[in-house]
Write a protein that binds this ligand. Sequence first.
Ligand code: C2E
Ligand code: CA
Ligand code: CA
Length: 924
Amino acid sequence: MRPGGRVDRRSDVVGRAAADRCGRLRLVGADTQAPPDPRILIVTIDEKSLQSIGRWPWSRRTHAAFLDRLAAAGNTTVALDLLLVERDPDAAADAALADSIRNHGRVILPVVPASLVDAPGLTAATSLPPITQPAVLAHADVDPDADGVVRRIHLRAGLGAPSLPTLGLALIQARAGVADEQNAPSGPADAQAWIRADEVLIPFAGPAGTYARVSYIDVLDGRVPSAQLRGKYIIAGATAAGLGARFATPTTLASRLPLTGAELHANVLQTLLDGRAITAVATPWALAAAMLWLVAGVALLRRPRAHQVLTGSVILLGLLGLCTWLGAQFGHIWVAPAPALLALSAVYPIWSWRQLSWHMGALFRERGQSQATLELVHDGIITLDGAGRARYLNSAAEAITGRPLAQALGRPLDEITGLKPVDAGNTLPQSSDGDLLQIATHTLTAPDGTERAVRIARHPLPQDGGSVVAITDVTANLTLTRQIRFQATHDSLTGLPNRAILADRLGQTLAAARRRRQSAAVLFIDLDGFKKVNDALGHRAGDLMLREVGKRLESRIRAEDTAARWGGDEFVLVLSQLDDEHAAIGLADGVVELLEQPFDLDGQPAFISASIGISLFPRDGDDGDALLLRADTAMYRAKRNGGRGVGVFSHEVGAWNKARLNLENDLRATLQRGPLDVWYQPIVDLHQGRLAHIEALIRWQHPQNGMQTPAQFLALAESSGLIHDIGTATLFTACADAQQLARQGFPVGVSVNVSPQQLSRGELPTRLEEALAASGLPADRLTLEVTENGIVSDSERAAQCIATLRGLGVRIALDDFGTGYSSLSLLRDFPIDILKIDRSFVPNPQHRAGDLTIAHAIIGMARNLDKTVIAEGVETAWQSRALLIGGCHLQQGFLHSPPVPVGDIPAIARRVALAGAPTLIAGY
Ligand code: C2E
Ligand code: CA
Ligand code: CA
């Protein structure tokens, strides 16, 4: 309801109609104002008329008289903007009005929808049938926008169909003689809706009072000249206060004085007369759809930027405004911009949806890529949520933990991995404030019980409080490390601690003993004659024996003691918490006995004995090194005393050891001055009665001790490695001396002893060639004497070396034949030319008779194998004869000559030749 005073039924009707509907056009009508059309005249039922005629409503006769006056004045078109709803109490008055209408010919009466009128039972508020029949009906429906402002009019409206023209249009049609088909809105049309059509915007001419107007009473009383009424479009309507409706239009907003119904229709009339009506495009939604397409197009571009979207929207908005203005101004069409604006406003959600979906797509792609990457790495990756529960496992993590993804999801890490810190105090790395990687090693237990060592790195995810845990399986590394550590500290053959760890344990034992004021002992154990076992039975057997010795030693000691392998056939025991020296000796005796038990080396029985040296803490030394050295010294002494026994360190032993050291120093000093002396022992040929051969034997002229035989220094030379230089020098001297003797007319062969070390080192053939070349001695005059030890200790290399030497033309003699384990098999397997029967097999009349038999058997066998036989150590004529009878005519020994300097050889050679063979034989 519009505020401000009473309203009559009609104004009430129209006002409510406006209020009930929600306006669809919002834009203020085009402000294309035009001057009022002089053809239009408004007749006002004003206060003056009411005063002279009386209270409203008036008798229909008054209106009849009014129309008659107009007809008389020559007016042809008039609209009575009055709703004549009820019958006049005077039926004749209605009839009179009907007559006047018919008489006038072009009287337009308004109609509004019944539903908008308070009169019950009426379907359409129309003039009563007697009146309406001769009249032209028009609709007076006005449709204000929601803000109460009228901007447009529907050219047609009606019940069930838009059959009635609007008042202004009816006036024009009436003047032109065009009549709409009368479609009286009577009858039972309750069910029919009020239909509006052909909406146009009205460019209003101006505010209230724009159009020419005259008072109703002045017309009725003839005070208005006929000329003023003739040819005009007359609209009669109420203007008196409280009568008729008022309408706000865009032109009345400033004056706040609304238009009367008559003035409103006058505006519509003028608009139509001028052809200035602006038609609203019926389907602004088409434009909206087009806009939407555009928007969708923009949104479907790969990725429009926010500023692009904004600029586009502003441009579209500008275009929209321009089009709307142009359409209204020049095309007289009105395109409602709201749908298009609506479509335009959809740009943002569509664009942001596109942004979102693009980002999601990128996210998914990235996720896929990282997942693929995670599946490729060998490390297990587990993501945990804020509560520490697994969210994701890669396949490496599944493999390491032994738990499939489905089983692991949602479980805490500890449960999945069964983690235990490897070292005490090494707990699972917790996420801290810093985002540093935290790494620790743990033991992981798989469901099947297998344990693995893993390195765990935990990286916190600050976004959600979760973390990423990387698990590296370091089992192999750790095993390898342990293995390497074990190998570095343990002997690979026996598995006993090696020297490195022995020093460590010894230090600990001594520290503990010092604290507790207890004694400790170091036992140095050396196997007697182990070399022979090794040589005779092979390395494999030797290894087996060493392993077994290790086991026996370990079985004898207590947990707090240590058994270690020192190297070769040497072992060390560290005994702690000893009461006294006797406890150590008792244990050492036990060890000696234990080791004398037979060994079973792959089914082959073998025996060994041991020499043990003991040193005691704190008596013999305060530190490990001193104790080890002294135990070694004591052991050496025990060995010197024939082996198989226990020696306790005493300072006397220490002194002996010192002497040994001095001797080695002396030998070095001598060798620096020049080679050792070489003496020669003749080998005579009793068949031919001549000196056949000489054997080179080294002699050391010690500055203080006098002449030293090999027995006194050879072991030292071998253990100190000096034997190589000594051997080479002897070879050169022997070759030179033999060649010298040949030049003097004594062409004898020469034998040189070769130590096992020389054979296995491999430089002997070269040295030999050099010696032969230097001396000019023919190779076939040189014999190399090797011992069984020398061959067996490293048979492969020895065989190779011997073959090379023979290839050079020298001959090979097997020395000390019969003393070793495998002399016979050596004869078969090695290219040996000469056998030297050891002194122990040379028969002796005081000895058993079997000796002779054995000597004869050896000689016979050697001859059968086509080897030359030389008998050593022939001291008596009886022996010489016995050997000769046995078939051994090459003999060496004190009987014939002891070793002598080379200068004595010619004399001996002459003497042997003089003596002659028969003499010897005759003497037997
Ligand atoms: P061998 O090769 O068996 O040398 C013979 C040894 O027997 C020599 O002792 C010799 O003096 C001794 N001998 C000779 N005739 C008799 C005898 O009738 N009765 C007794 N009881 N002994 C006799 P020698 O010179 O003390 O040499 C000892 C060992 O030293 C040699 O035994 C040999 O194995 C080694 N040897 C000597 N010279 C060298 C050398 O230049 N190099 C190497 N590697 N070893 C050598
Ligand atoms: Ca020899
Ligand atoms: Ca010999």
